[in-house]
Design a protein around this ligand. Structure first.
Ligand code: MG
Length: 259
């Protein structure tokens, strides 16, 4: 046995030595590649400005890129004025992009009204669904809420992946101030039989602070019950008209870079 171990150890060290010797024979150029060539992208003047290759989802003028979620033949009917999009809570519903996306980088700005009232989940509740999988709240929600001094279940607070992932920080600004989400989304992949090939992943910054670090989702975000996946492909991005009675929140400067 000892002899066998000795032979094994000896042959391993020979292999390691051979590899090292082989590396010594290599030229630096042998591990240098020239394709693919990354495209040149001119950054915006500030980190918030859309870079040159972004798809503009809302530039303050209109909702041409959006439609109603529950009746996708209808134009999005939330309020647009002074360059700002405000959730319409009554007689409306969620809105979603006409375009569908897989993997992307998303920038979105939102503002809780300065006169916000309510507490817990009923204080400026909205949400960014990173992929909408159907009517209502189907999909994967990153929570939008006022948690500046407001407490709730932490996996439902601002920047949580709703009821799945507590944010790494509470980076909330005061109501009345504009806030940013910068989100990197990797869509889930499914096998032909509908089983999960690779789950969704998300990395996100709230006001520039890392709040989700390559978090792997267990499935769609549900209000009740444990998350699970149902197979889907490229999906719209959806904004939530939450049914609570607090003042509606606003959005601006929404852009996306499909990856
Ligand atoms: Mg919400």
């Amino acid at each position: 046995m000892r002899k066998q171990l000795f032979i094994l150890a000896a042959s391993l060290s020979v292999t390691v030595a051979a590899l090292a010797q082989n590396n010594q024979k290599m030229k630096p150029e042998e591990t240098e590649v020239y394709t693919p060539v990354p495209p040149i992208v001119t950054p915006g003047n500030t980190p918030q400005d859309a870079p040159s290759d972004a798809v503009i989802l809302f530039d303050g003028k209109n909702l041409d890129q959006w439609r109603m979620t529950n009746d996708t033949t209808q134009a999005a009917n939330w309020d647009v004025s002074d360059g700002i999009l405000t959730v319409k809570k009554k007689g409306s519903g969620n809105i979603e992009t006409k375009q569908r996306f897989m993997d992307y980088q998303l920038h979105i700005e939102w503002r809780i009204p300065a006169n916000i009232t309510g507490s817990g989940q009923a204080r400026g509740n909205s949400g960014v669904f990173l992929a909408s999988t159907g009517k209502g709240d189907g999909g994967y929600e990153m929570q939008v809420l006022d948690c500046y001094g407001n407490t709730t279940y932490t996996n439902g607070q601002t920047a949580a992946i709703y009821k799945q992932s507590v944010p790494l920080a509470n980076a909330c600004k005061k109501p009345g101030e504009w806030q940013t989400y910068d989100i990197v989304w990797t869509a889930p992949r499914f096998n032909a039989d509908g089983t999960v090939k690779s789950p969704a992943r998300v990395t996100a910054f709230h006001n520039g602070v890392l709040v989700q670090n390559n978090y792997e989702l267990a499935g769609q975000t549900l209000y009740i019950g444990h998350p699970s996946y149902t197979a889907h492909g490229a999906s719209p991005i959806k904004l939530q008209a939450h049914g609570d009675s607090s003042e509606p929140i606003s959005f601006r400067n929404i852009w996306i870079r499909p990856l």
